[in-house]
Ligand binder design. Structure first.
Ligand code: ZN
Length: 309
């Protein structure tokens, strides 16, 4: 009888131990998800690039991601993230992998500047992995060749419960401590490039002008009618000769410019003409085809530094 009681006591003790360990495991796993430890964290490589402990959930930086022949700009301020354009395609998950490396697991605001697939191509792929809350996009028709792709994108965005916002000139979006203002967009333009959503980003006490693929006609208009004075220029249309006019450079007066462009691309971007105009304007130029990922890191004393990733 005593032996039977001993066995029951032993079983009870084992069951209790199992319950305790199981609960500890559950709490640990839940903690990891809540902290984002399992999903993502800044990589060691990135931390060494920025300096130890310089990149965390409160970091403020701008990244021109090397996506080949296309555009992709990531804005990170405090705990908020925005992304402007998504490259041509993202079959190799370049954008998603970079997001993980940066410790980003959701996007507050996505912007598609215009309906060319070197700007929206990677959207459908990224949204399979990352929650996107809002999408700023002109919903009106795309060029015939890209209408189907645009319809599919809007369908995917709707299925993923993305809030779609149509641009209005003057609208301002808060991204942590940064602000993104819609400066201009012209839906009546004949060329898709000239319908680009043009924005000014206010970040770290600096102004960054992003013109999508807008060409000289639009550059002339905004130079004459809008304050486009900036510190950093995201060079329009991948450095094509049709953009980065002298008129624009005189009005914008950037000290730094970034060209997002694929190495040895078939369009011969950036053009010699655009490069020459930037040179004469005395602008420090960085190119994703030669420099890879380009980070702008902001400091508390209203200065910034350019870091090649
Ligand atoms: Zn483009």
């Amino acid at each position: 009888m005593a032996t039977k009681k001993k066995k029951i006591d032993l079983l009870k003790q084992l069951a209790l131990k199992f319950c305790v360990w199981f609960c500890v495991l559950l709490v640990a796993l839940e903690g990891c998800f809540a902290l984002g430890i399992i999903s993502s964290s800044p990589s060691k490589a990135l931390m060494s690039l920025f300096g130890a402990n310089a990149i965390n959930e409160n970091s403020e930086f701008l990244l021109f991601l090397d996506v080949g022949q296309g555009d992709c700009t990531i804005i990170k301020s405090k705990n908020a993230t925005a992304i402007i354009d998504f490259g041509l395609t993202d079959e190799d998950d370049t954008i998603y992998r970079k997001m993980l490396e940066l410790g980003i697991d959701r996007v507050d605001l996505a912007v598609i500047t215009h309906h060319h697939n070197d700007h929206f191509g990677g959207f459908n792929n990224l949204i399979q992995n990352i929650k996107i809350d809002n999408l700023l996009i002109n919903k009106s028709s795309a060029p015939d060749s890209q209408q189907q792709e645009l319809n599919r994108l809007l369908q995917v965005a709707n299925q993923s419960k993305v809030n779609i916002i149509e641009p209005k000139i003057g609208t301002c979006f808060n991204i942590g401590d940064a602000k993104l203002k819609v400066l201009y967009t012209d839906l009546s333009a004949n060329k898709e490039n000239n319908r680009s959503i043009i924005t000014m980003l206010y970040m770290g006490g600096k102004k960054i002008l992003l013109t999508g693929d807008a060409e000289s006609t639009v550059e002339k208009h905004i130079s004459q009618t809008i304050d486009i004075d900036c510190d950093i220029l995201k060079v329009g249309h991948h450095g094509s000769y049709t953009s980065t006019t002298e008129r624009l450079l005189n009005a914008a007066t950037p000290t730094v410019a970034i060209v997002s462009v694929g190495y040895d691309n078939i369009y011969k971007h950036p053009s010699d003409w655009a490069l020459l105009r930037l040179k004469y304007a005395g602008v420090n130029l960085y190119r994703t085809d030669l420099d890879g990922d380009i980070y702008i890191k902001f400091s508390s004393n209203n200065t910034f530094s350019v870091i090649r990733g």
